[in-house]
Ligand binder design. Structure first.
Ligand code: FAD
Ligand code: SF4
Length: 473
């Protein structure tokens, strides 16, 4: 008889939407062993090619089956610096589990039978945290006198900082916000990524000697030239993509129409759900519309629902997406969780206008129904609005989550930093070096919105090039 995939424990929807605690508990040791035992240990493991950093999945799962959890942890850490984070947020269904041999070839995402690689990785990462397992510090005496600046403290910046600090290089991270973590802090809500997991990784870096300068916008307070003049030998830019896109329709500037970025930052970073204990307020609607189909839209919708914590009234949250569920780029697990929690979905809808009252507050949205046409440049079927299909829906809050663009402050302030038509930084793909010598970049600022592990993969590559450069000096 074929072994069934091991289901993970989740908090009941009604209970979980009343707070911001983690929804998915992760595998117990027994469940981990059972799930690992399902792995076929293929001669040619196809799953590894699906992981952007090529984690040796076959090896670490085998080590789990032998109860060699230390070994499994160190295997994962060879290529992935933050397994506890990736084990929680990696869209494995589009990455490693999609190329697992148990997923049918050509499926748009992993089948339910595929090995739950991310849950196994989470167990191993949490085990490493709990037992304070440390990856060996490869201090190179020649490098200990060198200083590197990292701009941005998202997964790219943190990963690059850790890789370099472990070799003895002095690292200063400059971060424009008041707390480090990038999207891991201000975007992804704590019910998906508890902050103690993130803080553990940041404290580890601090213990390695990494200095973090919050509230410091490079490009405003200091230029790259000034950082070089202060003795930094190289600079890594992990600036991310935090500039919201808007629909460009009338009424988008009515009160209570938020960009998802502002909405999530107010809640996740500024603690608006604990107002007045925290100083940043947020308006809580009764009929909340969320526009978009990615992780940001899903997080915004699920956070909006949890704002019932503020006034005790459970809002109606409806998510509008212009294609169908199949084309939604969000993690499948988040879509399922959102449905379980009572978020309504309306597919094939294109917003046309927000309608407000005399005081400037949003009251309704007018939209058109769509049908799917031919494939577009993204490889997905294009949504085609249907003439005359207009409808209106009441709302007292709307959140726009239709994509994010490159963070621009530093890019605009720096001459000779080559960018593409999206204002993303252009790099040499082998070294991640930009058009300015000794300035490297990685993460969402290169190639646009991606995933946490992709950002870390680029940062690791850049760190290797920086070490090579500094070793040659
Ligand atoms: P960021 O995480 O954006 O970090 C960049 C940092 O640089 C920020 O802290 C910013 O303040 C700082 N910065 C920018 N300019 C300057 C400057 N001039 N000076 C100083 N500091 C500066 N990916 C997944 O894999 N799984 C998920 O479940 C997932 N969910 C997501 C949910 C949301 C809401 C969002 C927005 C994204 C999500 N992603 C997810 C995508 C993922 O978070 C990003 O791909 C990743 O964070 C990119 O990392 P980064 O380090 O390049 O940038
Ligand atoms: Fe899969 Fe992400 Fe782990 Fe890679 S890092 S093996 S993609 S869960």
């Amino acid at each position: 008889m074929k072994k069934e995939p091991i289901k993970v424990k989740e908090t009941e929807p009604l209970q979980r939407t009343a707070n911001f605690s983690e929804v998915v508990s992760g595998y117990t040791e027994g469940q981990t062993l059972k799930e690992a035992a399902r792995c076929l240990q293929c001669k040619n493991p196809t799953c590894i090619a699906g992981c952007p950093v090529g984690v040796d999945i076959k090896k670490f799962i085998f080590q789990i089956t032998q109860k060699d959890y230390d070994g499994a942890y160190f295997t994962v850490r060879e290529t992935n610096d933050f397994p506890s984070i990736c084990g929680r947020v990696c869209p494995a269904e589009y990455q490693c589990s999609k190329t697992c041999v148990l997923t049918k070839k050509g499926s748009p995402f992993a089948s339910e039978r595929a090995i739950n690689i991310h849950f196994l990785e989470r167990f191993v990462g949490d085990y490493g945290m709990k037992h304070n397992l440390e990856v060996s510090i490869q201090k190179n005496e020649r490098l200990t006198k060198q200083k590197v600046a990292v701009v941005g403290s998202g997964p790219a910046g943190l990963c690059c900082a850790g890789e370099l600090a472990r070799r003895g290089i002095k690292i200063v991270i400059f971060e424009s916000l008041h707390k480090p973590g990038g999207v891991l802090r201000y975007g992804i809500p704590p019910f998906r990524l508890p902050r103690d997991v993130l803080d553990f990784e940041i404290n580890y870096l601090k213990n390695l000697g990494v200095e973090i300068m919050p509230n410091f916008i490079v490009g405003k307070l200091k230029s790259l030239d000034e950082l070089f003049a202060e003795g930094f030998q190289a600079i890594f830019l992990g600036l991310g993509a935090g500039t919201p896109s808007f629909l460009g329709i009338s009424g988008e500037n009515f009160c209570n129409v938020y960009s998802a970025n502002e909405f999530l930052t107010r809640v996740n970073l500024m603690g608006a759900y604990k107002f007045p204990e925290f100083h940043t307020p947020i308006n809580v609607g009764k009929n909340i519309l969320v526009i978009g189909g990615g992780n940001t839209a899903m997080d915004a919708a699920r956070v909006a629902l949890r704002l019932q914590k503020i006034n005790g009234i459970r809002p109606n949250v409806t998510l509008f997406y212009r294609r169908t569920e199949n084309e939604m780029p969000a993690r499948r697990m988040e879509i399922e969780h959102a449905k379980e929690e009572g978020i309504k979905f309306q597919f094939l809808v294109k917003p046309e206008e927000f309608i407000g009252d005399n005081e400037g507050y949003v009251k309704r949205m007018r939209a058109l129904r769509c049908k799917l046409g031919e494939l577009d440049s993204s490889g997905r079927r294009r949504p085609l609005p249907i003439k005359g299909s207009d409808f209106e829906i009441d709302c007292d809050e709307a959140i726009i989550a239709i994509g994010l663009l490159a963070n621009q402050v530093l890019v605009k302030a720096t001459q000779n930093l080559k960018t593409d038509k999206y204002s993303d930084i252009v790099v040499n793909p082998e070294t991640m070096e930009t058009s300015i010598k000794r300035v490297y970049a990685g993460g969402d600022i290169v190639g646009g919105e991606g995933t946490v592990i992709e950002a870390m993969g680029m940062a690791k590559k850049a760190s290797q090039a920086i070490v090579e450069y500094l070793s040659r000096k």
